[in-house]
Design a protein around this ligand. Structure first.
Ligand SMILES: NC(=O)c1ccc[n+]([C@@H]2O[C@H](COP(=O)([O-])OP(=O)(O)OC[C@H]3O[C@@H](n4cnc5c(N)ncnc54)[C@H](O)[C@@H]3O)[C@@H](O)[C@H]2O)c1
Length: 383
């Protein structure tokens, strides 16, 4: 179990059964309202989930257990029929994934004392876990990889490639049409530390995009249900021609004293033009360019030239070291004229590289977005 999934499911009216090996982490997610209830009794967890489903009530249930074992037990109960199965354990790192026969506290010690042994045992468990996911798919569930590289680690644990990669990454399965339009996770932090500043930016974003029903719904739910951790922050999905409007509005609000301190704007490393990750964001690209790593580097160069406050190129985001390259970006809205110029350029060029990357791969949605939004893509003549 990661933090995001149980809350995402209940926000969408669903019922989630989430397996977590570490009771302390599970309890922390109850305290921070990311999950509703926790038990270490599999029968009780299934009963709670089934009752909620029958009543049509949203509920997230945390089950303390090891995913590699629990999947096998759930598969042996034919009456248990999940609609959707995915996984958010820390499978990208075999020293963080807890093997089936090891307690979490012992795994932490083994990671230091005998890392090779722990890696081997973690991969064996991930192979079992992966086979169970494939079996859920065979039984009719929608199964997708959440971007934690379970399939590649399971392969290293002995599952043949074609068997383990039977189900797709979430990007080709669901997100790519958004990436083709430069739409991705845009986020910002209030340096004042005052949640009121985030609530004011929420209202500003809602005012800017009144016809985006999904965004309006998300902003309402996020305010109601997402607990701030550290400096107050917000995330939402915006695309080319939208991010710069939001950034410029935040800058105006800082300048006019509507916000108490500057806003720092960033985005996830998971974004449309900033990543080469063949088992995640760039899996199954139309032109086979899954592993072409020029794009994140081009993205970082363009964002640096455009005036990003902090631009980074990093390795391993989401799927682990050796499997991906990403470019990160931060730009500060401090109310100045200089910031205004930078925001206008950076928050266009960044999602613009996403449209270019997908147009270059021949996606009709990206070529259409480039035409509609006025992004010059000279190589589009070739299509
Ligand atoms: N698709 C996305 O946008 C997205 C977003 C966030 C994270 N992720 C991926 O999800 C993975 C987890 O990320 P996170 O930030 O939630 O990490 P996290 O460390 O907060 O959560 C992972 C949890 O898995 C638990 N765990 C480890 N081995 C287990 C096992 N065998 N059985 C049951 N539980 C086990 C850990 O105790 C931990 O609580 C990463 O690989 C990350 O790349 C994807």
């Amino acid at each position: 179990m990661g933090g995001a999934q149980p809350l995402a499911v209940t926000m969408n009216g669903g019922v989630a059964l989430c397996v977590e090996v570490d009771p302390t982490r599970a309890q922390r997610r109850v305290t921070t309202h990311y999950i509703d209830r926790v038990t270490d009794d599999l029968g009780e967890a299934v009963r709670w989930a089934t009752d909620a489903r029958m009543k049509g009530e949203p509920l997230s249930v945390g089950l303390i257990g090891n995913a590699a074992d629990v999947h096998a037990e759930l598969l042996s109960r034919p009456e248990f029929r999940p609609d959707v199965v995915t996984d958010q354990t820390s499978a990208h790192d075999p020293l963080s994934y807890v093997p089936a026969d090891v307690a979490p506290e012992d795994a932490r010690l083994l990671a230091i004392a005998r890392p090779d042994d722990l890696t081997r045992r973690a991969r064996e468990s991930m192979a079992r876990h992966l086979r169970a996911m494939v079996e859920w798919q065979r039984r009719g569930a929608v199964v997708f990889d959440y971007g934690n590289n379970l399939r590649a680690q399971g392969e290293l644990g002995g599952v043949p490639h074609a068997e383990g990669f039977a189900y797709p990454s979430f990007v080709p399965a669901f997100l790519r049409p958004l990436f083709c339009r430069g739409v991705g996770p845009f986020r910002w932090v209030a340096l004042s530390g005052d949640p009121q500043d985030i609530y004011r930016t929420d209202q500003a974003v809602a005012r800017l995009f009144p016809n985006n029903a999904g965004l309006q719904r998300w902003l309402r739910l996020a305010r109601e249900k997402v607990t701030f951790q550290g400096l107050p922050a917000r995330i939402c999905w915006l695309g080319y021609g939208e991010r710069d409007r939001a950034g410029l509005e935040f800058n105006r609000m800082v300048r006019d004293g509507e916000l108490q301190a500057p806003i720092v704007i960033g985005r996830d490393h998971l974004d449309s033009g900033s990543v080469a990750s063949p088992y995640r964001e760039t899996e199954a690209m139309r032109d086979g360019s899954d592993a072409i790593a020029d794009w994140p580097i081009l993205n970082a160069l363009v964002n640096t030239a455009a005036g990003g406050s902090w631009v980074s190129v990093h390795h391993g985001g989401g799927v682990g070291i050796g499997y991906s390259l990403h470019a990160g970006l931060v730009v500060v809205a401090d109310g100045s004229v200089r910031a205004e110029r930078k925001l206008a350029r950076v928050l266009r060029s960044d999602p613009g590289t996403g449209i270019m990357r997908h147009a270059d791969a021949g996606y009709p949605e990206a070529l259409e977005a480039a035409r509609e939004l006025g992004v010059r893509v000279p190589m589009a003549q070739a299509f």
